[in-house]
Every structure is written in C-alpha cells, then in structure tokens.
Design a binder for this molecule. Structure first.
Ligand code: GAP
Length: 458
C-alpha cells in the first residue's frame, strides 16, 4: 500500500488535493499519468456498455438539479450515514466502519451497514470500541448525517436558493425519461447511460481515492417491462456483463474479485436486490461496483411528485405502465485504484517495478528514445519516429540518463513498448522494440513500425 501510494505521487498518477495549502481531506487530483488512465477507462467503458449495444443511449445531465428531485428520490431523508463524534478529540467517525474495522482487526468479517442507530450504539458499548484517533471512550450520542452537499444558487432569493450537488448520477437519467421517450421513442427494453462526477459528504479518511468527496461514476439504468421480462434474468444477464468488463476488459485478476449480496438492512432504500463486485484491496475485500434492482421506485416517485406522466406506452399490448429498472454502477476512481493494485509487480529477478497494465489502458503506449542524447543523427531519426507514432498513439519521448534507467522508468508507469534508435538504425533502418513484460527486444524496420503496433494496439 505504502509503495503504491508513493508511486502514484512520485510518478504523477494521483496527487493529494490542494496540497500546497495543507490539503483538503478526501480530495485528490489526477496527475498527467492518472488522467490518461482514467480517460481510457471511461472511454472503454462507454464503448463496451453504450456504443457496442443498440439499445443503450447516452446522456450528460447537470450536476445541479431542482432540489425537489432529491426529495422525490428519497435522498434528502434517507441518504444518511450514522456518525459518532468523539467528545475528547472532536473527530467524527462512521459507526458502521468503526464496528466493521474493530471486528476485522479481530479477524472477523462483520457487516453492520443499515442496522438501526440503537443496535449500532449497543454494539459500540458492548464491545467498548474506542476512538481510533485518541483511543478514548467518550462518545456523543450517535446521529444521522446526510451525505448530500448543499450549496446556494445566486440568482434566487436567499431562502429558496438551496440546491444540492448530485449525490448520484442516476437521477439525471430518471428525470429525463420523458424527454428521451418523446425525442428518440426507444422501445423497451432500453438503457440510459452516463458518466460524470457525483459528490458525497464522506467522513471516512484514508485509502487514497477509495472514498472521496467528489468521484467519477459511470452507470446505466436498464428499463424493462416487468410483466414481460423477469427481473432476475435481467439482473443475472447484467451481472455476467459486469464480470466480463471487470475480468476481461480491465484485466483484473479473478482471484481478487468476488460477488457479495447486500443484506436486507444494508440495501439502499430504493433497491429490492443489490449485489456488489468486491475487489481485494490491501485492506480487504470492499466494494468496487454494484448492481441494483430499483424496481419502478424512482420513476413512480418522480411521476407522483412532479405530476408529469412518466409511463411508457406499449403499442402492441396497448398498455401504459411504469417500467422497472436494473442499474449496474461503476466507480471510475475505484477502477483506477484496483488496476494500480492489481498490476503493480515487483520483479525481484530483474530488480524492477512493473505496472503490468493492459496496453489499451496504459497512459502511454510507446516510449521513443535516441540511444544517446548527444548524437544529433540519432536524435533526428528518433524524433521522426516519435512524431509519426504520436499521430496515432499516446507516446513519450525520453532522452535522459542511460537506456537501462529509461526502461525501468517506463516499466514503472506501465508503458508496454520502448523503441530505441541506435547506430544500427542509421545503417539498416531498423530499431529495437522492447516489450515491458518479457523485457525481450527485437529489431523492427522503421517502415514496419506502423503495422507492428497496429497488430498489437489496433
Ligand atoms: N446510482 C447508484 C449508486 O450511486 P453507489 O453504490 O452508492 O450506487 C456507485 O455508488 C459506485 O460509486 C460504487 O460502487 C463505488 O464504486 C463508487 N463510490 C461510491 N461512493 C464513493 C466515494 N465516496 N468515493 C469514490 N467512489 C465511490
């Protein structure tokens, strides 16, 4: 964990937010390498779940919405964590995490999310769970804490100006359901997808970008006629697709993944069944993605509260009804984090650190070097190759230090191939191409480089 945190900062994947002012807890910024991986994950996600499917359509809805949206969705009343304030050191803690961490330290896996406040308080008192910050046992009464971020809209008079930063991106899809029916007239079943930031007033600290105040989500709502289709079949179909995405597309190792079903107490207020894909982070198996059967809960509530008819008209059966929905949801920041943990490899034989990330996710695909930076003929030839390859692939130029150091530096950031221009290049027009994972080198003619990478990267 420490090595990876150090790598992410040292090499420019992830930086602590506002660091020069002492930071802001639970905020992070992506550096030049992190932003490339994040974009790759988002683009490949969009390709896999939206562009390659004829009945999933994209949206890009606003972060700020009318506050009535969050009343109708239930978030203003039910989107809460139970927190405990320590009266001695004044830190705030999520009670479910306090209890789960306490049992985890004793080697037991216990889930208490969703239990009643009194039950949580009883466990804290029974087990005498202390404040993790000051080790005191002087808790205030536990209370509910709403996760929605509040802000103010300037053009509206003070008392009516309260709005929320969206706590989930799903509501943008529900409130546009009528617009999509009117404009695109899609036939059920169909999905509405979007990618974008969500905001939650999280109080749990640490673990890099695992739980942050602002995070990137990609998800879709898959609407279907619950009288014609079984929700269980839909649920299982999308579970399989999620697994394929996680294991085959992202390439995460199967032994680090598992499904976990939410208990009745733990499940979100809107869901009739929820399952998570959990990843084995260094701190144990925790949520990576989720899938929920949200029934007709959201559309029904929005229809009631807005007065707008959100029913779907089926011209074959002449029925008007509210579709049900399955929601697969994917945290993009957790995807990136899991990839970093999964791909980090210490090669003791070759004494190097390698990020064995899939080439299509890697921040840079190819690094180009002149063997020696002070030989103009080599530099000119290498520059020509770099410029040509850069037209198609994200490439890096490096002429610092010696060639061995450059290879190690590229291995650490996961660049799959390094191309070196040396003296033989000037004689026969060939370069060395070195493979990150095997460290094998082969000579390839400059004229064949385009085809060489086309075959490997597409
Ligand atoms: N619309 C459903 C929804 O938002 P969720 O389980 O609350 O479901 C979806 O969140 C995903 O977002 C999670 O599976 C996780 O990957 C990610 N996520 C949730 N809270 C997060 C946070 N505070 N920081 C980073 N990622 C988070």
């Amino acid at each position: 964990m420490d090595k990876i945190i150090s790598l992410t900062k040292r090499r420019g994947f992830i930086f602590p937010g506002s660091e020069i002012y002492g930071g802001l807890a639970n905020t992070y910024d992506y550096g030049p390498l992190g932003v490339e991986i994040l974009r790759n994950i988002k683009n490949i996600w969009w390709d896999f779940f939206v562009n390659k499917r004829e009945n999933i359509f994209g949206l890009d809805t606003n972060i700020l919405m009318n506050p009535k949206v969050w009343e109708a969705s239930g978030h203003t009343s039910s989107f809460n964590d139970v927190v405990l304030d320590c009266k001695d050191c004044k830190t705030r803690n999520r009670v479910d995490h306090l209890i789960e961490d306490y049992f985890q330290n004793k080697g037991k896996e216990v889930k208490v999310e969703g239990l009643k406040i009194e039950d949580l308080e009883n466990i804290i008192n029974r087990e005498k769970i202390k404040c993790p910050n000051c080790q005191g046992f002087n808790w205030a009464k536990p209370k509910k804490f709403n996760l929605l971020f509040e802000t103010r809209v300037g053009i509206i008079s003070e008392e009516k100006s309260l709005v929320y930063l969206r706590g989930e991106i799903a509501q943008g899809m529900f409130v546009n359901f009528r617009n999509v029916l009117n404009s695109l007239s899609p036939k059920l079943p169909f999905g509405l997808a979007q990618s974008g930031p969500a905001f939650r007033n999280e109080i749990t600290l640490g673990k890099l970008t695992f739980r942050t105040l602002q995070f990137n989500l990609s998800e879709f709502e898959y609407f279907f006629d619950a009288e014609k289709m079984s929700w269980k079949d839909q649920f299982n179909y999308w579970k399989d697709e999620m697994w394929k995405w996680t294991r085959d597309v992202l390439g995460l190792k199967e032994e680090n993944l598992r499904w976990r079903v939410h208990s009745d107490e733990e499940r979100s207020f809107y869901s009739q069944r929820t399952e998570d894909i959990e990843y084995k982070y260094p701190w144990g198996f925790k949520e990576l993605y989720g899938i929920a059967y949200r029934t007709d809960y959201d559309l029904k509530n929005h229809m009631e509260k807005s007065g707008v008819d959100l029913r779907y008209y089926d011209s074959e059966s002449k029925r008007k009804f509210i579709p049900h929905v399955i929601e697969p949801t994917f945290g993009m920041d957790r995807s990136l984090l899991a990839i970093l943990f999964d791909c980090y490899f210490e090669d003791s034989e070759k004494k190097r650190v390698v990020l064995k990330i899939k080439p299509n996710l890697a921040p840079y695909k190819i690094a180009v070097f002149p063997l020696l930076a002070n030989k103009p003929d080599l530099v000119v030839e290498a520059r020509k190759i770099f410029e040509k390859l850069s037209l198609k692939y994200p490439c890096l130029w490096d002429d610092r230090g010696n060639i061995g150091k450059r290879y190690f530096s590229q291995d650490e950031i996961g660049t799959p191939w390094c191309v070196t221009v040396d003296f033989k290049t000037l004689e026969d027009g060939s370069v060395t191409v070195r493979d990150r994972d095997t460290t094998k080198q082969e000579r390839v003619l400059i004229d064949s480089l385009g085809r060489y990478f086309q075959e490997r990267l597409g």
